[in-house]
Design a protein around this ligand. Structure first.
Ligand code: NAD
Length: 485
């Protein structure tokens, strides 16, 4: 697999491809070679307005608004089939624009996106309310029921780290619920969203149900967030931008789902099998070069196992092979851009300066490509590297003395996305998991979210849930009907 064919690189509005109104474009770079892949149209505020108008038209009485759940399900299943038929194309585009191994994308991201479309297709004709027993109303019989109705036009704003998968989360749940969508993909990685737009048209969705408007966050993202025609914003990205979006949404009381960052703990309890956990613990640190929101970057280890875990992670790091995302031997690709590489290297420098012990890594490669070595420190939970999300392949082993200490450290963070517990002592695991302030816990494993399970965080990791039934309901509102007779 070499350079994939490119999808259309214009804006997709009301089922048609068009340049931005001012003719602006931005470059998409292959971060593993630092060469330009292509120029993509950059939506101006007037383009955003056209996209929202198209989505509103379909929602407020267009063909889409009259479709049954069963018809929406059929379209979503057709879309899943088309994504499946184009799986290699998606994986190749994502590997190119994100710099992550093609094999990982083909094995994990794309199949999970397909699963997500299929899963939510299954819900589209099963969105039900309830009949609620209520007292008579002023001496007359009263029959009351609830129904779940689509929330409206959803603005979906996505990050660059797993574009195929994360876009499917937002799109599948919103379309199953009957919403229409304006999607603003990340400027570093818009290509898979543009391929998806082609397939949405091919699947037969009415024009305007999905509009894709690549563009800069501060221009297209801001115009979309502030647009009065948007009913809900579904955002995945950094807490800093999440805060801007929540503020903008509050002006017109838009609903928001915020999937933000993480600083997730992996808790290695006494007696854990270090040889068994090491490869997965390392994957949690180094997969996608650490650019994973659920990365288990604080490795909390019982003091009796610190040397053994440090040695095991050093060996795992040594076994990583950095390089061309399309080389089957590559296990780690590049970081997304020079800014991210420099940011990660600044954190590494801060770790060393603040007295953490470097176990392995700590260097970046000279270009081309933004490659950073898998890096492991031993340190404490108060260091900058243990407090801030680095979004690079950097983990910190932090010793603890007993279970209470482990829980205190695990919760001593402003984030609360995920946690991993390594132990086969089930009573201890259960007593521990119920005290973790996080949205998801893995015990003796770590992996990508499953579409059937809700996904989201507490504290600075976000508001609301995507995926699962909760993710469907997040795209609906409840309406109560009282019939008095
Ligand atoms: P980012 O916040 O910089 O950008 C995300 C999106 O927001 C992009 O599309 C960007 O163009 C847009 N944006 C930027 N400024 C905007 C503005 N003023 N108004 C509206 N939109 C704007 O995040 P990123 O660097 O692309 O992604 C990395 C972050 O995403 C990390 O913090 C990571 O943890 C988080 N993330 C979270 C999850 C999750 O499920 N919780 C999943 C993946 C990534």
């Amino acid at each position: 697999m070499g350079y994939p064919d490119l999808p259309r690189t214009q804006l997709f509005i009301a089922g048609e491809w068009a340049d931005s109104q001012g003719g602006e474009t931005f470059s998409v770079i292959d971060p593993s070679t630092e060469t330009q892949i292509c120029e993509v149209a950059a939506a101006a505020p007037t383009d955003v307005d056209r996209a929202v108008t198209a989505a509103r038209h379909q929602f407020d009485g267009g063909e889409w608004s009259r479709m049954s759940g069963a018809e929406r399900a059929r379209l979503l299943i057709r879309l899943a089939e088309l994504v499946e038929a184009n799986a290699e194309h998606f994986a190749a585009l994502e590997a190119r624009e994100v710099g992550k191994p093609y094999a990982d994308t083909l094995a994990v991201d794309v199949p999970l996106a397909i699963e997500t479309f299929r899963y939510f297709a299954g819900w589209a004709d099963k969105i039900t309310g309830a009949t609620v027993p209520v007292p008579d109303f002023m001496g007359k019989l009263r029959f009351s029921y609830t129904e779940r109705v689509p929330v409206g036009v959803v603005a979906a704003i996505t990050p660059w780290n797993a574009p195929t998968m994360i876009t499917s989360w937002k799109l599948a749940s919103a379309l199953a619920a009957g919403c229409t969508v304006v999607l603003k993909p990340a400027e570093d990685a818009p290509l898979t969203s543009l391929l998806l737009a082609e397939l949405v048209a091919e699947a037969g969705f009415p024009p305007g149900v999905l509009n894709v408007i690549p563009g800069l966050g501060a221009v297209a993202g801001a115009a979309l967030t502030e647009h009065p025609g948007i009913d809900k914003i579904s955002f995945t990205g950094s807490p800093d931008v999440g805060r801007i979006i929540a503020r903008a949404a509050s002006e017109s009381f838009k609903q928001v789902t915020l999937e933000l960052g993480g600083k997730s703990p992996q808790i290695v309890l006494p007696g854990a099998d270090v040889a068994e956990l090491a490869p997965v613990a390392a994957a949690s640190l180094f997969a996608n070069s650490g650019q994973t929101c659920a990365a288990g970057t604080r490795v909390l280890v019982h003091r009796s196992l610190v040397s053994e875990v440090a040695e095991a992670l050093r060996e795992q790091a040594a076994a990583q092979r950095l390089g061309d995302p399309f080389d089957a031997r590559t296990t780690m690709g590049s970081l997304i851009n020079a800014r991210q590489r420099d940011r990660v290297m600044d954190y590494v420098a801060a770790g060393i300066e603040q007295g953490a012990t470097l176990v392995t890594g700590g260097k970046h490669r000279e270009g081309p490509g933004f490659f950073v070595e898998p890096t492991v420190f031993v340190g404490t939970n108060d260091l900058t590297i243990a407090r801030e999300e680095i979004f690079g392949p950097v983990g910190t082993i932090i010793p603890f003395d007993d279970v209470d200490d482990a829980i205190r450290l695990a919760n001593d963070t402003r984030y609360g996305l995920a946690a991993v517990v390594w132990s086969h002592d089930i009573p201890t695991v259960l007593s521990l998991t119920r005290r973790l302030r996080v949205g998801a816990v893995w015990v003796n494993a770590w992996g990508a979210p499953d579409p059937r399970l809700p996904w989201g965080g507490t504290k600075t990791s976000g508001i609301g849930r995507e995926l699962g039934l909760s993710g469907l309901h997040a795209n609906t509102e409840e309406r109560v009907v009282n019939i008095v007779y």
